[in-house]
Design a binder for this molecule. Sequence first.
Ligand SMILES: *Cc1c(COP(=O)(O)O)cnc(C)c1O
Ligand SMILES: [Zn+2]
Length: 402
Amino acid sequence: MIAHYELRCSSCNAPAQRHDLPCTTCGELLEFALQSDPPDADAARAYAATVARRRANDTPLDRSGIWRWRELLPQIPHASVVTLAEGNVPLYDMPELAEREGISALAFLHLGMNPTGSFKDLGMTVAISAARAEGATRAICASTGNTASSMAAYAARAGMEAFALVPRGKISGAKLAQMRDYGVRVVEVEGSFDDALAELTSRSSEGTAVVNSINPYRLEGQKCTAFAILEARSWRVPDWVVVPGGNLGNSSAIGKGFREARALGLIDRLPRLAVVQAEGAAPFVELYRSGRDLVPVVPRTIASAIAVGSPRSWRKARAELDASRGSAVAVSDDEIDAAKGRIGAAGIGCEPASAATLAGIARLRAEGTLTERDDVVAVLTGHVLKDSDASLRVADRRDVGA
Ligand SMILES: *Cc1c(COP(=O)(O)O)cnc(C)c1O
Ligand SMILES: [Zn+2]
């Protein structure tokens, strides 16, 4: 199975001049475009078996759920790779919740079970490794908490300085504490995540790697979520994969992962991709359902990890939903809290943004997009300990039976 990647514009397809800037022709985001032979199921099966065997080895690359797939990632010298054994996460079968929602099967891929407690680690290992290979000495990002925590950990492992721009008063105490534990320098910005991201563009400089999801290396790591879902199901394709959407890098990456799995012959059809946003931060749901372009909003939701009003990857995410006959749906903060309560009561737990998936499944079932025959995987993006205020609020409401 032969695959290699060319860094190109995701919109106009122009070859990229530099990986750390948007397309110089049209200003859109870059991507690593797969160049491969036609699908070859036998070669793909043999490759999947090789990757599965690597689990048993004791080298850091083989112990990583990302670098096990290194033939499908941008080529980075192994000596530069910075890994924390990310990507080895459980897929939990949830038959009672499936029955309650009236669907045939439901499983949670819990990406909160990563080294820093969110899926950001899957992309950060690739972005920081690439930065180190190029001799960067500093990393910077705008963040609602999880990107900065992940960056801080990987940068510390790489011996790089790390700077986080966070919206003042809009991130959880646990996330702020975690990123500081790893030694990050925190800069508080007035406004929302979108203001922090705008501020970041003005601060980047030579020798500093920007590790937000506009960095195409991030998405290459995160696309391995698709491989993890398929591998954990013995390559049986689910009907739907449900993902919470903020800046929409992750939805884009997961869609790309499934498309590449099909292009290589690992699977022969795509699961449908559903993006769930919070009602107070749902510009993507609005544009996807109306067929118009992005209209930014001022984000307002308790699910801080998806409180993004002007998602940078909306075009990529729209393309993935189009390719997979997907859907987008918005849920209220009350629905998110109720879903978080059910996920906790099932012994799993997650942060509010992740619980939006289960709330979204209920909405999609009610409107008939999901049916009783559907086999659904939801991606839980962050750990329960990421937002203890939310846990106390939900538990208090459950205890009084509200
Ligand atoms: C970052 C994050 C999201 C949103 O991912 P995007 O790629 O910005 O759409 C959702 N949930 C959690 C827990 C996150 O940390
Ligand atoms: Zn372009």
